[in-house]
Design a protein around this ligand. Structure first.
Ligand code: GLU
Length: 422
């Protein structure tokens, strides 16, 4: 049955569905199983009254979409952004299902969102909103049901407030309900760096396959949040030159290499890149088309489109963000054949892998060293990379489709074997 007349009719959700359809066609999936695997299982919409600092009550809207619950508790972050929609959250939840399944985590997939610009709230308002969101989704959440985490616009402090709200409700400390927490509250060593470190690991590994050494590598990164800045730092420490960075305020370009430590210090002091003088000011659009070895979109969806895909001057795209490339752009990149694309569900999986480690440590009350975390992380990334590239060869398809074929087939197999209830 076609997905018409539904609230999921957003462009981002359609993008995720189109990607799914390409992989499902290769797998020759039975129509019933196909639809069952594609559609989100539960979508919750909540409205949250929050007392603002001026005494007024404002109502915020929030979502939690659980796409797949067949292969374990659902897993996925919570996004705070003014433009977030239910359809976008449903797409992000779908990608979490394939990502967890691809790298072999015993999880389903989910995502949450709150329609708010967190930068416009005071700390007290942000805390009240975060606690209220957790309170509203509490019946659908739990260490064995659905385990949220950070995403765009959220951080470890927000995870701490949410964990506290849940624990107070249970009557005891229950850190396994959420990941990406501060270390003092059951967070895992390495979680903060994990997504960016993982992106950098894939970049290094694929560059090695291509015979490109660090000193011949220039990197452009769109998005200088947790993922973009950690990926930049890891590649900078490896010896690559970071020639372009940007955030929502605009970009900076320096062909001689940006002083990354200075850029990070600027963001620490001013909260964004605005006013950073370590290079020439450029727009986000110009940044994406810079000549470089590696382009890392690490912000939001749909920034590589049919308008700029033909003009890209990079050898590799490493998707730190979820869904940065539209279906039309995918097709152009595939036809060009001169860009290695590391798809989101593979490229940024380091984050959820270390979230899984955090959850394991919480459930066992037994904490690992940073060395143990990274050793286990890199082994999982290497295994996923090898299986994706083997699948790519087997079906003679794009790396994205290969990754999705693996992720989707495992979820579909679990659903088929479980059967229907009743
Ligand atoms: N929000 C991150 C992602 O998109 C992390 C999710 C998690 O750690 O559960 O993969």
């Amino acid at each position: 049955m076609a997905l018409t007349n539904t609230i999921y009719n957003s462009t981002v959700f359609q993008q995720a569905c189109k990607q799914f359809d390409i992989a499902a066609d290769i797998l020759g999936m039975d129509p019933g199983l196909r639809e069952r695997t594609k559609r989100p299982r539960r979508c919750v919409i909540v409205s949250m009254p929050v007392r603002m600092d001026n005494g007024q009550i404002e109502i915020f809207e929030g979502y939690r979409v659980q796409h797949n619950l067949s292969t374990g508790p659902a897993k996925g972050g919570i996004r705070f952004h003014q433009d977030v929609t239910l359809g976008e959250v449903a797409a992000l939840a779908m990608w979490m299902s394939w990502k967890c399944s691809l790298v072999g985590l015993p999880y389903g997939g989910a995502k949450g969102g709150v329609v708010v610009d967190p930068r416009g709230l005071s700390k007290g308002e942000l805390e009240r909103l975060s606690r209220r969101y957790m309170q509203e989704i509490l019946p659908f959440i739990g260490p064995n049901v659905d385990i949220p985490a950070p995403d765009v616009g959220t951080n470890e402090q927000i995870m701490a407030w949410m964990m506290d709200t849940y624990s107070n409700h249970q009557g005891h400390y229950d850190p396994g309900v959420i990941t990406g927490k501060p270390i003092a509250l059951g967070g895992s060593l390495g979680r903060k760096e994990a997504t960016g470190e993982g992106v950098a690991w894939f970049v290094k590994s694929y560059l090695q396959d291509m015979g490109i050494p660090p000193e011949k590598t220039s990197v452009v990164i769109q998005g200088f949040g947790n993922v973009g800045s950690e990926a930049a730092l890891a590649l900078y420490n490896w010896g690559a030159e970071i020639i372009g960075i940007s955030d929502y305020t605009g970009g900076v370009y320096n062909p001689k290499g940006i002083d990354l430590k200075a850029a990070m210090a600027h963001v620490e002091a001013h909260k964004n890149l605005q006013g950073f003088t370590g290079g020439e000011a450029i727009t986000n659009e110009q940044l994406l088309e810079l000549e470089c070895t590696v382009l890392i979109p690490a912000a939001l969806e749909r920034v590589i489109t049919e308008k700029n895909a033909g003009k890209l001057k990079c050898r590799m795209i490493a998707e730190g963000a979820n869904g940065p490339t539209t279906n039309a752009a995918d097709k152009i990149i595939e036809e060009r054949g001169d860009i290695e694309l590391i798809p989101d569900v593979l490229c940024n999986s380091g984050g959820v892998i270390v979230s899984y480690f955090e959850w394991l440590q919480n459930l066992q009350n037994y904490y690992w060293t940073k060395g143990e975390v990274f050793d286990k992380l890199y082994r999982m990334l290497a295994k996923a990379k090898a299986s994706v590239d083997e699948t790519k060869k087997k079906y003679n398809c794009s790396r994205r489709t290969a990754a999705l074929v693996l992720g989707i087939s495992r979820v579909a197999e679990a659903k088929a074997k479980r059967g229907l209830f009743p």
